[in-house]
Design a protein around this ligand. Sequence first.
Ligand SMILES: [Zn+2]
Length: 245
Amino acid sequence: MRPVRRGSSPRPDDFDTYQEAKPELISRLGSYCSYCERRIPTMLAVEHIQPKGLSAYAHLAGRWDNFLLGCVNCNSTKGDKDVVLKDVLLPDRDNTHWAFTYLPDGRVIPSAAADERGVAKQAANTLALTGLDKRSNEVVDENGKRVAIDRVSQRLEKWLLAEEAKSMLDADPDNNPLRISIVHQAQESGFFSIWMTVFEDDVDMRNRLIDAFPGTRESGCFDPAAVLPVSPAPNPDGLAGGGKI
Ligand SMILES: [Zn+2]
């Protein structure tokens, strides 16, 4: 899950209507769901980390620090479930890149690092909260072709795309236009973590990917020299409950 820095609020006070925050959020984080990482060119929603539908958090309905961007699947799965900050890992305050492992079969699971840091439970809670731990629904069209309609299948599909790009680059590693083109492909496809995982041995590509997705470098969660994760997250805006990994 791509760690991001939202930065300070563009307004001195809370937003009157949370939808007003959307353009600034997209500008700072890109048109991607903050949880499943899909690129959502339209219909991306302002997501309340702590749900505005619960009375305990009603005062956060217009609060900048409580906003991320969410797709309809992650948003509706999350719904009005209570979010206790210490019990989950969040991309705006924890090093969520370090906390999850993306597998070639499309699954995402808590990482060994999360286990070592004692936050595997919080990582699992985040996956359950947003439904990222759901299994694939096998859907086959009338011609017998598998159709990627759920998030697991879409991850698998993007994994294959990234693998294909990597094998092209392996055959011609000094091809700078190809590197630029692959980064554009990643921006179009979303799923930052899959591209980062497939290119895990290519520091140049990882740096390009980090710089291509808005708000990622700014999170401070990557060491610029080696592109290793910085953990715990530096949480530069001092967000509550941050820096658990
Ligand atoms: Zn999503």
